[in-house]
Design a protein around this ligand. Structure first.
Ligand code: UD1
Length: 448
């Protein structure tokens, strides 16, 4: 056994029209939110990645019945028999989004017994904002390793008004606290809330369940507790991070693609930076606001220029597209400054890109990228979901062959993105413990 890996060769300019899947970061929290309801809900446009499969396991562990028709992307979740409020550490620590069941469990049972969540190596990723926020509702938490026990004194004693000020607009803390607040007694105000498109998709879902939620300027979410939420049918928004990955794949190879269901209004600054690099990016929004803002086309320049990027909470540059953009900047003309402000340890991919010939100097959370003429294939290791895509992008332009291990990260976040890249002309083969699960431009026989 060699372990799973991806083999890539320098690819021609990628061309074509593709669609992206539903957003991983939206579907995970929306699946967790179904614990707030009692009955059968339907989610449409659900991606089939490893994190989604973990969330299915988690919901089943709690007593839910989940039926996922992968081909039609429809998931049915029946929460009528959810009867447990405890989740085993071996399920919790498989993925970060597991923490998002804490708010719904507290709202349903008044208690939750969870372990600390797992996830990427990109930073410490504590849950103090979640716990401090729950404290405002009177939730008491005690740590008995590996568990965190959280409980409400009683539903009766819930405050009539809770004002939660987030020191940082944490996506997960906003989502967790908001879900709890939907079934709390009084009014909850979350100040400095995260307003990522995935948070807004959760809000749409909760409102369709009967929740009373308003967004006020600037980044304040006001929730009035309602007695009950009902099951829902909801279509998950397109994955803006998959859109970014595909656009960058076309950009780095000098190609031209259209992502037909992409929403430009979810990616404003990212698209602006692609334009500053010299790429031509068009969307229906160029002609003013419109009812159907779907579709982004990128025509790549053959001479991409360096640009500076600085990540931050939405609507700033998304941290999850930083490693991928850095791969593209490593072959741009000039010197780029890349500043990471969301995670303290999201520069691990720079070491691997450097192995391929990129000229990157890292100082703390800043990286100076000096564009080079070419990258060269070698063995690289993916350290998280987005780092894996950065290395795949590097491999698409590198001379020779690139072998990327750590394929589990790729599979955690992407639903067969490699198939879309191959359809657009990329030379990629995915090998999962000697079983070839995708045949690129060559055949399995030739490879073996
Ligand atoms: C979500 C996304 C992830 C994305 C991130 C930022 C999901 C499943 N994942 O992660 O892809 O990169 O938003 O856009 O939706 N923090 C604390 N204490 C807390 C919570 C967070 O210090 O209690 C810190 C984190 O360590 C991190 C920063 O706040 O440095 C942002 O984290 P957060 O917005 O909470 O990210 P996640 O919800 O975990």
């Amino acid at each position: 056994m060699t372990g799973g890996h991806i083999l890539l060769k320098k690819s021609p300019p990628l061309t074509g029209t593709v669609e992206v899947n539903g957003a991983k970061n939206a579907v995970l929290v929306i699946m967790a939110s179904l614990i707030l309801t009692d009955g059968l809900s339907t989610l449409e446009n659900v991606p089939n990645n490893a994190d989604v499969r973990q969330m299915i396991k988690l919901l089943e562990e709690l007593g839910a019945t989940v039926n996922f028709a992968v081909a039609s992307k429809v998931m049915k979740v029946d929460t009528a028999d959810v009867c447990k409020f405890e989740i085993k550490p071996e399920i919790m620590n498989k993925f970060r989004a597991s923490i998002l069941v804490m708010g719904p469990l507290l709202a349903r049972f008044g208690k939750a017994k969870i372990a600390l969540p797992g996830g990427d190596l990109i930073g410490r990723r504590p849950i103090n904002y979640h716990l401090e926020g729950f404290k405002k509702f009177g939730v008491v938490t005690e740590r008995h390793d590996p568990y965190v026990n959280a409980s409400l004194k009683s539903f009766h004693d819930l405050p009539l008004y809770a004002r939660i000020i987030l020191e940082y607009p944490s996506v997960g803390a906003t989502e967790n606290l908001m879900m709890f607040a939907c079934l709390a007694k009084g009014e909850t105000v979350i100040i400095n809330a995260a307003i990522e498109p995935e948070v807004l998709d959760l809000i749409d879902t909760l409102k369709a369940m009967g929740a009373d939620i308003q967004i006020q300027p600037a980044a304040t979410i006001v929730i009035k507790g309602v007695g009950k939420l009902h099951p829902v049918t909801h279509k998950i928004i397109p994955d803006r991070l998959e859109v970014g990955s595909l656009l960058l794949a076309a950009a780095i190879t000098g190609g031209q693609i259209t992502v037909s269901n992409a929403r430009a209004d979810h990616l404003d600054i990212f698209l602006e930076k692609l334009c500053q690099m010299g790429h031509e990016v068009t969307s229906p929004l160029d002609k003013g606001s419109c009812a159907k803002p779907y579709g982004i086309t990128l025509r790549a320049t053959q001479h991409p220029q360096a640009v500076d990027i600085k990540t931050g909470p939405y609507p700033a540059f998304p941290t999850d597209l930083q490693p991928l953009t850095m791969a593209a900047l490593s072959v741009a003309e000039g010197v780029s400054l890349v500043e990471e402000t969301v995670y303290e340890n999201r520069m691990i991919h720079t070491k691997e890109l450097s192995k391929m010939g990129a000229q990157i100097t890292v100082e703390g959370c800043k990286a100076i990228v000096r564009g080079v003429e070419a990258l060269y294939g070698c063995e690289v290791i993916a350290s998280d979901v987005r780092a894996s895509c950065a290395l795949v992008l590097g491999g698409l332009v590198a001379f020779g062959q690139t072998k990327m291990t750590g394929i589990g990260h790729w599979q955690r976040g992407y639903d067969k993105l490699e198939e879309k890249l191959v359809a657009m002309g990329a030379d990629i083969i995915t090998i999962d413990d000697q079983i070839i699960i995708l045949d690129g431009l060559r055949t399995a026989q030739k490879l073996l």
